[in-house]
Design a protein around this ligand. Structure first.
Ligand SMILES: C[S@@+](CC[C@H](N)C(=O)[O-])C[C@H]1O[C@@H](n2cnc3c(N)ncnc32)[C@H](O)[C@@H]1O
Length: 219
């Protein structure tokens, strides 16, 4: 970020956390990478046959693995990735050199500074860092073309292990705000008029990790 001094403290926690793990991120959580990208690509393929002229934006793109998977399948797509962590973005620039990569904070009125609309908008495992989760989903929607696809994924706090993890994260991981049970996040999405759930899955990555992932349509 250009101006670290004026940055809110929570954003500094995020930057500090990802500085520590950026170089090992994909090796530490290979199941995340594999499962989330195959859900997104399968869901996208089942609704779209466009080989080119598609713009994609990945909000909180991290190391850029999702953009890389999309590029491998659709080399003509125009890819943009945004993240607050310069360290994660260093990896993203290596992984997807052809993508437009922007270092910025996406909390607040992020939608306002981007004046084009995208056919595919991604928010993969960033929601638990965001204070205003309703605003975040509305922002994803504001970036998306009418009829376009939004993919939203985050932890699913549905069993006792994930509930314990959530308590641990809230106490010891300062960059963590909150994660949702599947029922609660579904309720949040259902109350947002601009989007409709097309499909949904629970991804059981290991005996411990559990994610919820949604394919939303922008109305
Ligand atoms: C768990 S990682 C997920 C990265 C990637 N989407 C993935 O699925 O591997 C969360 C990412 O969100 C980014 N992030 C968190 N809060 C952010 C914010 N307010 N603005 C921009 N990026 C943010 C972090 O820097 C980090 O790279």
């Amino acid at each position: 970020m250009k101006d670290n001094i004026k940055m809110p403290v929570h954003q500094r926690y995020i930057i500090d956390d990802y500085k520590k793990i950026a170089s090992s991120y994909e090796k530490r959580w290979p199941e995340f990478v594999k499962e989330t990208s195959s859900y997104v690509l399968d869901a996208w393929q089942s609704g779209n046959n466009k080989e080119d002229d598609v713009s994609v934006i990945d909000i909180g793109c991290g190391t850029g693995y999702m953009l890389q998977e999309i590029h491998n399948e659709y080399p003509k797509y125009k890819l943009t990735g945004i993240d607050i962590s310069a360290d994660m973005l260093d990896m993203a620039r290596q992984n997807v050199p052809h993508a437009f990569i922007v270092e910025d904070d996406v909390s607040g009125n992020c939608g306002e500074w981007i004046n084009i609309k995208y056919e595919m908008v991604l928010s993969i495992n960033i929601l638990h860092h965001i204070e205003d989760y309703i605003d975040h989903i509305k922002m994803l929607s504001s970036l998306c073309n009418s009829g376009g696809s939004i993919f939203l994924c985050d932890f699913a706090i549905d069993n006792y292990k994930m509930r314990l993890a959530e308590i641990y994260w809230r106490i010891f991981h300062k960059s963590h705000r909150r994660a949702f049970s599947t029922n609660n996040l579904r309720r949040v999405i259902d109350n947002i008029d601009e989007v409709k759930i097309i499909s949904f899955d629970n991804l059981y990555l290991t005996k411990f990790w559990n994610l919820q992932i949604y394919h939303l349509k922008k109305l």
